[in-house]
Design a protein around this ligand. Sequence first.
Ligand code: CTP
Ligand code: MG
Length: 187
Amino acid sequence: MDVLTSIAIGIWVFIPALVPNSAAVLFGGGTPVDFGRSWRGRRVLGDGKTWRGLAGGTLTGILVGLLQLMAGDLYGSEDYLGFGPMPQALWIVLVLALGSLLGDMAGAFIKRRMGLERGAKAAGLDQYDFVVGAMLLTLLLFPEWFLSIYVEGNGIFALVALLVAVPVIHRLVNIIGFRKGLKKEPW
Ligand code: CTP
Ligand code: MG
């Protein structure tokens, strides 16, 4: 696979991990994941991580992933344009979507331990917690798939391109969310 194809596939298959964060903003509200509990004088996760956001975000990521699999099928691609053969492709979509929001919660956990309030800026963490979550979980559960996309061949270019693109995409989406009044902060 040439470099550009590799990069395109690497970003395309990561979409189910990119969607949940934005979708969580739309669904968010209600009971927090930590049920309001504190640990060492600070909230475990805070009010910014809710069950509705977690469920709505994960399901939206899965839905978008399913549409991508249908697109891959229509395109006639045996590996569903990078997701791999069935039924693994379905699991990868699920793991990417869930891993993304688990990473986001791990990020919130770290922010609270650092004494940062909900919504406070944490450069690096805000942009990459969900990327790390989605990547770690897929690497753990589907190592061969992960390595084939982001390491082997020209995969490393895909990984670097994704890591460069993510903060830009994240920022743009958050600015849109902020302007539309969906998000409290533009980051
Ligand atoms: N959200 C949610 N449940 C989640 C993740 C996000 O309800 N599991 C919603 C919340 O309304 C949250 C918004 O999406 O305020 C934006 O998410 P994010 O920026 O990750 O949260 P912050 O409010 O910035 O909180 P934190 O400081 O904990 O990251
Ligand atoms: Mg935030």
